[in-house]
Design a protein around this ligand. Sequence first.
Ligand code: ADP
Ligand code: F6P
Length: 353
Amino acid sequence: MSRIAVLTSGGDSPGMNAAVMSIARSAALLDMPLIGIKRGFNGLIGKYPKPEDNFVELSMDQLLDIADLPGTYLRTARCVEFKELEYQQKGAQFLRELDVTGLVVIGGDGSFQGAQALANQGIACIGIPGTIDNDLGYTEMSLGFDSAVNVCVDAIRAIRATSRSHDRPHVVEVMGRNCGDIALTAAQSTGCEIVVVPEVKGWDIEDVARRLNSLFDRGNTRATVVVAEGAWRTMGEFDFHTYLESQGAKGSFPGQRMDAVNFARVLQAKVNNPEVQVRATVVGYTQRGTAPTARDGAFAFEAGAMAVNLLKHSISNQVIGVRNGRTFHMPIDTALKSKSHFNRRMFNMVNAL
Ligand code: ADP
Ligand code: F6P
């Protein structure tokens, strides 16, 4: 093994830097020179005119201090071209010219497909799960998920405090793309009364309003509805604009998409008690740009060390994950076929009131 490289790809996630630090330490201990590919697969296809924007030689000493930094030191990007064979071949050639024979890809399922494509081009590739969404079915942990959930928990606790003071229900929208894990875990952790996730297709807004009214009537005047951003795509058919117009409510326009603010408007129109004011908060990118929790940092350290060890033994086409609390690795293609780990039982428990 001559040189190895590392890149971060897709949405940045807390813990990516900790994994890069761990890779640098492990590589240094094995005397393996390390290259950092910048801006995901964009760097690999030499997208930028200045070479230093595409790749950089990394030394362990320059990386010792980055473990607790949010964001990604190597930068990240979404590289549409990399889905095409021509660019995958170009990426493999780019690495060969740098004398790199092994690559660690830190990202989500899209990035793993990129890693698989490079492995098919003869580059030994190892994937480390780095996405706040937790949408990789083969693993119990993905770098950033725990950190993102903790941001949501802090936000929800603060929201529930002010909601309590004012007897106001609140809609809180969190990230997760097509996965409801951030929403469900944050709702479980904070005792929220209603959670809405994309995994439950055709969910009914009337049902949410009915439950909110029932909670209010029973004295729970600050119920919190946590909505995963992807849930808007799987909502049962409901023309909220026409509905709000029919109720004489202001602030919605034809063609607007359903979001937390519009959801709160609809609930406002449907609450039994005219005194009730429904508010909305979108937690947003603070979920991604936070420092990693201890749990994410520790997994990053272990995953980085395992990735380098696999490359040292010329093992390729593997992704690292956690199963039954233990760090393990498995083939990328099997991992990508794993089913989602949506916890329907917990979903029902949160929504049981
Ligand atoms: P994530 O890795 O978090 O799932 P994306 O789905 O945005 O994020 O994928 C990140 C990047 O991975 C894409 O911008 C692209 O460069 C690469 N990628 C995604 N899908 C493929 C694919 N089918 N083949 C090769 N590369 C891919
Ligand atoms: O995949 C991580 C994620 O933060 C998703 O939760 C979200 O849907 C998406 O990325 C947002 O992507 P962008 O950074 O392109 O707005």
